[in-house]
Design a protein. Structure first.
Length: 403
């Protein structure tokens, strides 16, 4: 390894180290979006709830599933021989529609219990259970000092009230009059100290119960650590019987650790960016090094066609030797061979038949053909050597009858 490569490697190591130290010193930003993910440690994730749900329920049989709610209920992926509980936490009603509601209703009627907390519900889903959702626009800004107050109606569970942030609009459950006897109000929320809305209900279906709530945000990391909000979660989940429980949520499946060899690097923001910078620098170095050290590719010239030069050289040899008779013999042989191959005419005897057939097939002048035949026959019969004038005349006659 030469000195330039050593210097480059040392500079690269120093640069990557500087990037790592800089990224490590940066404060990790806090994301305030509502993810409802059991892996999310940001304020509106469910990491704390996921860690404490086992203790909260006081059960050992807690199972998580990551399939869609519709598939879970329609394919009966739960224990059908014994009663069970179902917990669903989400922000919006993406998986809950009227088709899912039918299977959920059948699940509850079999003697099972379900708790669903979502920011809003599909009205077609709620109609199956005799409920509607109503929205009220709030004049209080979401970032103002005023808060929304949550409370449970069962004072035996807790008499305390719980606070969550305001939103631009507030939603509540509306109960259909004909089904009021089957629905219990378990909780309210109060906005601006004046507007009281139903946000938690219990629907009795067959042998089981369905609890629907509108403010899952109180179970997020930020609010579980705030004040006494954990008592709300304890009171809510006290409605669940002591039996096997299935938990669904965004990324509610068991944590799956990455098997990548670089998982430690990718788990750390500073290391991840240092790794990306290292790969980029290595790529640039490879491109420039390969370009500078590439072997020169020689230019191979194509082989020239020297047929004409060769022919001229051979002709000059014949001319210098002045053997005109040999040249004329070869010219006659090659000419007749070409006529024989192209027009399929017998060239052994150059007579009137040859002149007639060659004239018909080649459309050449009959007198020119006759003159060529006479000259060739005369040349073959003469005894003395041919002259240069004889060679020139033969060439002229040949050009007239052969293309």
């Amino acid at each position: 390894m030469n000195s330039s490569l050593k210097k480059f490697g040392l500079a690269l190591v120093v640069l990557v180290t500087c990037v790592f130290l800089y990224e490590s010193g940066k404060k990790k930003p806090i994301h305030w979006y509502e993810s409802y993910s059991n892996r999310d440690k940001n304020p509106y994730g469910l990491y704390i709830f996921d860690q404490e749900v086992q203790r909260l329920l006081g059960q050992d049989s807690l199972l998580r599933f990551d399939s869609s709610i519709y598939d879970f209920l329609s394919d009966q992926l739960y224990d059908t021989l014994h009663p069970s509980n179902l917990i669903i936490l989400a922000d919006r009603s993406g998986d809950l529609d009227e088709y899912t509601a039918d299977y959920l209703k059948a699940y509850v009627e079999e003697g099972n219990t379900a708790i669903i907390l979502q920011g809003s519900f599909n009205n077609m889903f709620l109609e199956v259970f005799g409920l509607e959702e109503d929205y009220i626009y709030s004049s209080v800004r979401a970032d103002s000092q005023a808060n929304t107050i949550l409370e449970l109606t069962n004072e035996q569970l807790t008499k305390q009230k719980f606070t969550v942030r305001n939103v631009d609009y507030s939603n509540e459950f509306m109960i259909v009059d004909s089904l009021k006897n089957n629905i219990d109000i378990l909780g309210y929320k109060t906005i601006q100290d004046t507007i009281k809305q139903v946000n938690l209900v219990r629907v009795r279906q067959g042998k089981g119960e369905l609890l629907l709530g509108l403010d899952p945000i109180i179970l997020t990391n930020y609010y579980l650590l705030s004040s006494n909000n954990h008592l709300y979660a304890e009171g809510l989940f006290s409605y669940l019987p002591n039996q096997k429980t299935y938990l669904y949520g965004q990324e509610a499946s068991q944590k799956q650790e990455s098997r990548s060899l670089l998982r430690f690097i990718f788990a750390n923001t500073a290391l991840r960016w240092a790794w990306y910078f290292f790969l980029l620098t290595l790529l640039v170095f490879t491109l420039f090094t390969a370009k500078r050290r590439q072997r020169i590719i020689p230019i191979i010239k194509p082989v020239k066609n020297t047929t004409i030069q060769f022919t001229k050289t051979v002709a000059n040899l014949y001319i210098q030797s002045k053997d005109y008779s040999d040249l004329m013999h070869k010219s006659i042989i090659y000419t007749l061979e070409k006529i024989r191959r192209k027009y399929y005419i017998e060239t052994t005897n150059l007579d009137e038949n040859f002149v007639h057939y060659y004239h018909l097939k080649s459309n050449k002048n009959q007198q020119d053909i006759l003159a060529y035949v006479q000259f060739v026959n005369q040349f073959r019969q003469q005894q003395h050597p041919a002259t240069e004038a004889d060679l020139v005349q033969l060439n002229r006659l040949t050009e007239k009858i052969v293309d």
